[in-house]
Write a protein that binds this ligand. Structure first.
Ligand SMILES: Nc1ncnc2c1ncn2[C@@H]1O[C@H](COP(=O)(O)OP(=O)(O)O)[C@@H](O)[C@H]1O
Ligand SMILES: [Mg+2]
Length: 218
């Protein structure tokens, strides 16, 4: 589904590259962890996969097509769904409106379907009562569930997450990674999680480690 081809990236000098000649593939229906020390370039790499930044060398292929050719804006809007450590919800809205807004913005096939949004939230344990409150009144674990429900309600087949369990306790971490597994295995989406927690990586189907500027499968 997604292919990194000869990817290279540096911020200031070519000689100071974070990684180069990276060739990795990501399949639908599978979950992937990308691990590595802080500062190794995980977030940078994820931002390339998500079309938030462009590689200095190489190509990102989505369904065999260069995402530059798809158009970065189209790609971000239609094909990729991003989950952040800090949830990135619309803080002045309820969980239900967060989902409905995301579904409208991305042109989901379920756009406007309140019932569908509510069903996704309920699946993740957000009750009828909670889904109508301002998200700021929810706990961290609950807010992250809303962010995950949002990726489930949208059509994007690629889900990328940057340290999605970084603000969660152990119990919530296990549950949230379990939800990502469901998105991969039950919805058939491709899930890529950047994490520095080995417990999170162990729960994913495949782990790639970025170490000394080189990616390798663990
Ligand atoms: N916008 C930027 N400009 C210059 N250097 C950056 C920028 N963003 C990140 N870096 C540097 O690139 C390296 C990799 O950062 P990052 O991708 O955030 O790593 P990780 O997510 O693995 O902690 C770090 O040394 C960081 O300081
Ligand atoms: Mg990071």
């Amino acid at each position: 589904m997604l292919e990194a081809k000869n990817i290279g990236y540096w911020y200031t000098h070519k000689d100071d590259y974070l990684f180069k000649d990276v060739n990795l593939t990501f399949e639908a229906g599978q979950s992937y962890a990308i691990v590595g020390q802080s500062g190794s370039g995980k977030t940078t790499f994820l931002s390339l996969l998500a079309g938030l930044d462009q590689p200095k060398a190489g190509q990102i292929l989505y369904e065999g097509q260069d995402i530059k050719k798809i158009g970065m804006t189209n790609y971000r809007k239609r094909d990729v769904s991003v989950v952040f450590q800090s949830y990135n919800l619309f803080t002045y809205m309820s969980p239900l409106d967060n989902l409905l807004t995301a579904m409208a913005i991305t042109g989901s096939q379920h756009a406007g379907d309140k019932e569908f949004a509510a069903t996704m939230l309920k699946k993740l344990g957000i009750t009828e009562d909670l889904m109508r409150k301002n998200v700021q009144h929810l706990s961290g674990g609950q807010q992250q569930r809303v962010a995950i429900a949002r990726t489930m309600a949208c059509d994007a087949q690629l889900v990328v997450a940057d340290e999605p369990t970084g603000n969660l306790d152990e119990n919530n971490t296990v549950e949230v990674v379990g939800l990502f597994q469901k998105i991969a295995h039950e919805q058939g989406k491709c899930v890529i999680i950047v994490t520095h927690e080995s417990a999170v990586a162990e729960m994913c189907d495949t782990t790639y480690r970025l170490e000394k500027k080189v990616f390798s499968q663990v």
